[in-house]
Design a protein around this ligand. Structure first.
Ligand code: ATP
Ligand code: MG
Length: 438
């Protein structure tokens, strides 16, 4: 028996209503806040992530699915290109922004606001809430403005999104990681502070110390955390402009009534972040993998991958984890709503043939109809309707075919009415679940 690859999984039909709900609420949030969707390829040139995400990150250093594309047989060059399954999507979206010159026809201050939904790939140790193929929904705001109000508005959108999903037990963590120049000075201070304690740090942290010491803060190792809690933070050595930017950002959050906690040790996993970084941490049913949303400002990223100077701010959340964070009562309701409106119960050959027409007409009118094809006794057929979790059973026998009125039985209340097809169709116009079209 061939099974799924380690760290990947099937999302089964029982869970799909939960995924659809999170996606639908996200799309509604994006519509209200003026974001438009973009879809980029699932694989890109390795160089995009190596440069865009940064060589010093865990992602590039040890988590990417990279392969050499097959060489063209008629090519004089030997060997194909190095390609990578996308581990995240910000670098790809910024690449698309540059490639399609989305900045070209913009008036000063005009922003490009994009969102994406799709799978990402990272070769991590699989755990609950941590997979090798997982899904992210994210947004990117790009343009010439780095107004902290942009950041607060994006967080306000997330706040609405979480409330709409009834995910209430979360904490917004914020920090500023400063500008590259002030960070360079701080990094020296940090390295000096780490050096005498290097022997207490894990091998990954040794690598981080060599390549980008800030990444040490990301370590999830407990023994490293005891060292980390005494290290000087970047927040203490912020440049004046970044400090002011951070103060304004907080004031914008305050004005929107959004609660937050400043966490000077939260630096986020990507090299390209400047100034504002944030996380939203959940508490219910998530275990150790409780970071729902991660985001921040990435003003230098466009230039890093060959584009014009561009300011950028965005976030990504893990769809897998967001689904896990849905309250159980919501999940139950969503699953229950994912059922047929009507299950057709027919009795006898003539009724069976007639049922096909009835089903066709109901479906054409927007009603979700289930029917099975086997001619069964009433009791068995009703059991099948229950099993399908249908709201109603539509009973069709020889008498019903002759009279043109059908028995419509509410399977929750047990009430039964005799109705014509038109009456049934107009009834479903007002039943939740039956979608009106046209
Ligand atoms: P973590 O600290 O949990 O490893 P990260 O800093 O690597 O997260 P980001 O790269 O910022 O995460 O991605 C944003 C979000 O995507 C995370 O907050 C999380 O919800 C989700 N995510 C990241 N990696 C995975 C994964 N392997 N499986 C499932 N979800 C993930
Ligand atoms: Mg990670």
């Amino acid at each position: 028996m061939i099974q799924t690859v380690r760290g990947t999984r099937d999302i089964l039909p029982d869970d799909m209503p939960l995924w659809h709900r999170v996606e639908a609420v996200a799309r509604e949030a994006f519509r209200r806040y003026g974001f438009r969707e973009i879809r980029t390829p699932i694989f890109e040139k390795t160089e995009l992530f190596a440069r865009g995400v940064g060589e010093a990150t865990d992602i590039v250093h040890k988590e990417m699915y990279t392969f050499t594309d097959r060489a063209r047989v008629d090519s004089i060059q030997s060997g194909g290109e190095s390609l990578t399954l996308r581990p995240e999507n910000t670098a790809s979206v910024v690449r698309a922004y540059i490639q399609h010159k989305m900045f070209a026809d913009k008036s000063p201050g005009e922003l490009t606001k994009l969102y994406y939904i799709g799978q990402m790939f990272r070769r991590e140790r699989p755990q609950a809430g941590r997979y090798r193929q997982f899904y992210q929904i994210g947004v990117e705001v790009m343009g010439s403005s780095d107004d902290p109000a942009i950041e607060a508005e994006v967080i306000e959108m997330l706040d609405w999104f979480l409330k709409e999903l009834k995910i209430t037990n979360t904490t917004l963590l914020i920090n500023s990681v400063g500008e590259p120049a002030s960070r360079a000075v701080y990094l020296e201070t940090l390295r000096e502070a780490i050096r005498p304690k290097l022997d207490q740090l894990c091998t990954d942290c040794h690598h981080r110390f060599e390549t980008n010491a800030l990444r040490v803060f990301d370590c999830k190792n407990e023994s490293c955390q005891t060292v980390i809690k005494d290290l000087p933070t970047i927040t203490d050595s912020l440049d004046e402009a970044s400090r002011q930017h951070f103060e304004q950002f907080k004031a914008h959050l305050d004005a929107r009534g959004i609660a937050y906690t400043v966490n000077p040790r939260m630096v986020r996993g990507l090299d390209y972040y400047t100034r504002t970084a944030f996380e939203i941490v959940g508490h219910d049913g998530l275990g150790a993998q409780n970071t729902l949303v991660g985001g921040g400002r990435y003003d230098g990223l466009s230039e890093t991958i060959g584009g014009p100077p561009t300011k950028g701010f965005g976030f990504a959340f893990g769809l897998d984890r967001m689904v896990m964070a849905l309250p159980e009562s919501e999940a139950e309701q969503l699953r229950a709503a994912d059922a047929p409106d009507v299950f057709i119960v027919f009795l006898g050959k003539t009724a069976r043939a007639h049922s096909f027409t009835v089903a066709q007409q109901l479906r054409a009118a927007g009603v979700a109809v289930a029917m099975e094809f086997e001619d069964r006794k009433m009791k068995k057929a009703m059991a099948a309707a229950d099993k399908a979790r249908a709201s109603f059973a539509l009973i069709i026998g020889d008498n019903e075919v002759a009279s043109g009125t059908y028995g419509l039985k509410n399977l929750k209340t047990g009430e039964q009415e005799s109705l014509t097809l038109d009456e049934i169709i107009s009834k479903f116009g007002s039943v939740p679940g039956a979608v009106a079209t046209g």
